[in-house]
Design a protein around this ligand. Structure first.
Ligand code: AMP
Length: 281
């Protein structure tokens, strides 16, 4: 496994691999890796001859400076986990390397970015598109791997590659959870032990809400989830909505679409967590 910090050096190595006809897969991450990330890496290794994992805490996608500053950074542990998993190249650029010039690009992805993460984190998906497009130009992967925990992000990336004509296949990977059901996240390390224990209620409540379908109306299920969590003083639900999984727009009746998805962002203390559940109707 090689750790590479410069785009030029990365391109040099990968062009050698391409000359040998090797297929290249990319897993973009912000580091502070956990088993959820490793499940993407394992899928990438299974599908491609060369696996590249990028580690870069991208400043342009953080709308909250404190969140950026307090985002966990554990490079040594990350490298050890990736070596163990069988990754071939880690790309870990500095901010200057990734943004030698300020990235002034403004994307328009239409209504999919007007809702949920797009509405509550202004500029977030623009920053994601800036960094992921740069990673795609640097690595030129055949396939790139993203977790369904960030469901809206996958929808945005799919639109982005079409708009920019980038020839990469986007592979969505399932959410990995802790034994309590809590979706694995780098941010979980910022929870106190008590908060960590309580946080399992998020997935638990989502799962429970699925048992009400189709008996209860969509808005009743939404109210149930929001109230159940807000009743616990440790939580503050930022949003919970049940949406069409393709358009990400709210649904009002279960019959409007197949497999609608419920997406939540909730503060557990100071830590913002996201999760989602697919409803079968
Ligand atoms: P991040 O480092 O948080 O930007 O995440 C990098 C990639 O890992 C994203 O595509 C995430 O959706 C994915 N990911 C994060 N947590 C999980 C998880 N619990 N299960 C599956 N994928 C995940």
């Amino acid at each position: 496994m090689r750790v590479i910090n410069s785009v030029k050096e990365l391109k040099r190595h990968l062009s050698e691999e391409r000359k040998k006809d090797k297929s290249i897969g990319l897993v973009p991450t912000m580091g502070a890796l956990h088993e959820g990330h490793i499940s993407l890496v394992e899928q990438c290794i299974a599908d491609n001859e060369i696996c590249v994992v990028s580690i870069f805490v991208n400043p342009t996608q953080f709308n909250d400076k404190n969140d950026f500053a307090s985002y966990p950074r554990t490079p040594e542990k990350d490298y050890a986990m990736l070596e163990e998993a069988g990754c071939d190249y880690i790309f870990a650029p500095s901010e200057e390397e990734m943004y030698p010039e300020p990235d002034m690009r403004v994307f328009d992805f239409g209504s999919i970015t007007d809702v949920m993460e797009g509405a509550y984190r202004p500029g977030h998906f623009n920053g994601v598109a800036q960094v992921v497009s740069k990673l795609f130009y640097a690595v030129e992967p055949c396939k790139a791997y993203f977790g369904e925990k960030d469901f809206q992000q996958i929808a945005v990336i799919r639109v982005m590659v079409k708009q920019l004509d980038i020839p990469v296949e986007i592979i969505a990977c399932p959410i990995l959870r802790e034994s309590t059901g809590l979706a694995m996240s780098s941010r979980n390390t910022r929870l106190t032990p008590e908060q960590h224990q309580k946080a399992s209620l998020i997935a638990h409540t989502l799962k429970e809400s699925a048992t009400f379908v189709p008996g209860k109306k969509v808005h009743e299920v939404i109210d149930y989830v929001i109230n159940a969590l807000n009743n616990e003083p440790v939580f503050r639900v930022e949003y919970f909505d049940i949406v069409n999984r393709d358009t990400l727009q709210s649904i009002h009746n279960w019959t409007e679409t197949t497999d609608p998805i419920g997406c939540i962002a909730v503060y557990c203390g100071e830590v913002r967590l996201i999760d989602n559940i697919t409803y079968k109707n």
